[in-house]
Design a protein around this ligand. Structure first.
Ligand code: ADP
Ligand code: FRU
Length: 351
């Protein structure tokens, strides 16, 4: 694989990656088969997991840093990306109940910084009930949020704008607080005058106002460098039917520096780089064990794998989406995100 020096790595002062979005409780049931309505079955397993896209992104990124630094690789590659330097931060809102404390403990136990989370002690933790079908690894999610607000636009200004120069990359999960996300991104760009921080957004939730993050008006679109666009959003909100059409179609609405990345389930992933007008494809990489057991968080794993390839390893766009697919494929072959680093992530690709 081609190793490209990452421009940002030249400046080690910027060593922090921030993922802004949701953390929630996932109550997971592993079932032999997907339940029939109004039936009664005994689950094979059940567990509490820390979930939420941005929160999962942090978990995977931390594991990739660990995997990268603990694997044997060439001295040149190790020097190009000394992973001990990096810090991973989660920013979002958090409630005050028992489940919220479980999330905080788990974030800290995984070495994820939470310096800037916004606490709402009188609010309840959002939760998802997730059914994993053991026969094919599919995950079915029912999500509920009683009263925990998303981040407001002021949160970024209050907490990090004074110390922005430590950030290498800031990622935003597209939630319902679209005007606030726009405000936070604008605040970053106001202060980061030399555009030293790269910004990405993820459009996944089927929520029409998220299209405002694709808006080029008043230069807003130029503020975002990388767009991750998932198939549910592309199909239901934008009426695109496949990954190529999505990547090319969205890129045509965006500024000339934009990169559009589209994970597409069992079809792998596609990216369109507006800087050179080039479309790239990655195949899907089935887990080495051969069987898909748990696809919960596959998209979050892909996103972190791709960003890791681009920002830490310095891969080309094509190799970075391949890395994303390899890491996501490995994840689908194992439970949860635990010990991803020992599960055969992309060694065979020579990175
Ligand atoms: P989400 O979990 O958000 O629905 P996708 O289904 O698009 O995300 O999957 C994200 C990535 O995970 C895909 O691009 C692919 O690389 C990988 N992936 C998904 N399903 C499988 C599978 N059955 N086997 C191997 N890899 C998979
Ligand atoms: C997986 C996930 C789960 C969470 C749900 C929220 O991508 O983040 O962990 O329950 O999506 O939509």
């Amino acid at each position: 694989m081609t190793q490209q020096p990452s421009a940002q790595l030249a400046n080690r002062r910027r060593n922090r990656l921030l993922f802004v979005g949701l953390t929630c409780l996932d109550i997971v049931y592993v079932c032999r088969h997907f339940p029939v309505e109004d039936s009664d079955q005994r689950a094979l397993d059940s567990q509490w997991r820390r979930g939420g896209n941005a929160s999962n992104n942090c978990t995977v990124f931390r594991q990739l840093l660990h995997w990268w630094s603990s694997n044997n690789r060439s001295a040149a590659a190790a020097a190009a990306a000394d992973t001990t330097d990096y810090e991973i931060e989660f920013m979002g809102t958090i409630g005050g109940d028992h489940a919220s404390r479980f999330l905080v403990d788990d974030l800290l136990a995984n070495g994820i910084l939470i310096d800037n989370i916004v606490r709402h002690p009188d609010r309840q933790c959002p939760s998802s009930t997730v059914i994993i079908n053991q026969s094919n690894g599919s995950r079915t999610i029912v999500h509920f949020n009683r009263n925990l607000p998303d981040l407001d636009g002021q949160s970024m200004a209050n907490h990090i704008t004074e110390s922005l120069d430590r950030y290498l990359h800031i990622h935003f999960e597209g939630l319902r607080n679209v005007p606030n996300i726009r405000q936070m991104i604008a605040q970053i760009r106001d202060r980061d005058v030399n555009h030293e921080i790269t910004v990405s957004v993820e459009l996944e939730k089927v929520y029409k106002p998220l299209t405002e993050l694709l808006d080029n008006a008043e230069d807003f679109g130029k503020y975002i460098d990388i767009y991750f666009v998932e198939k549910e959003f592309a199909g239901e909100i934008l009426d695109y039917t496949d990954a190529d059409q999505t990547a090319v179609g969205i890129a045509s609405r965006l500024h000339p520096g934009a990169l559009v990345v589209c994970p597409w389930g069992e079809s792998g992933a596609v990216a369109y780089d507006n800087r050179i007008g080039q479309l790239y494809r990655s195949p899907v990489y089935p887990p080495k064990s051969g069987s898909v057991v748990d696809t919960l968080g596959a998209g979050d794993t892909f996103l972190s794998g791709t960003l890791f390839g681009l920002l830490v390893v310095g891969l080309s766009v094509e190799d970075a989406i391949k890395m994303g697919c390899q890491v996501a494929g490995a994840k689908c072959g194992q439970w949860y995100h635990k010990e991803m680093s020992s599960q055969g992530i992309p060694k065979e690709q020579g990175i």
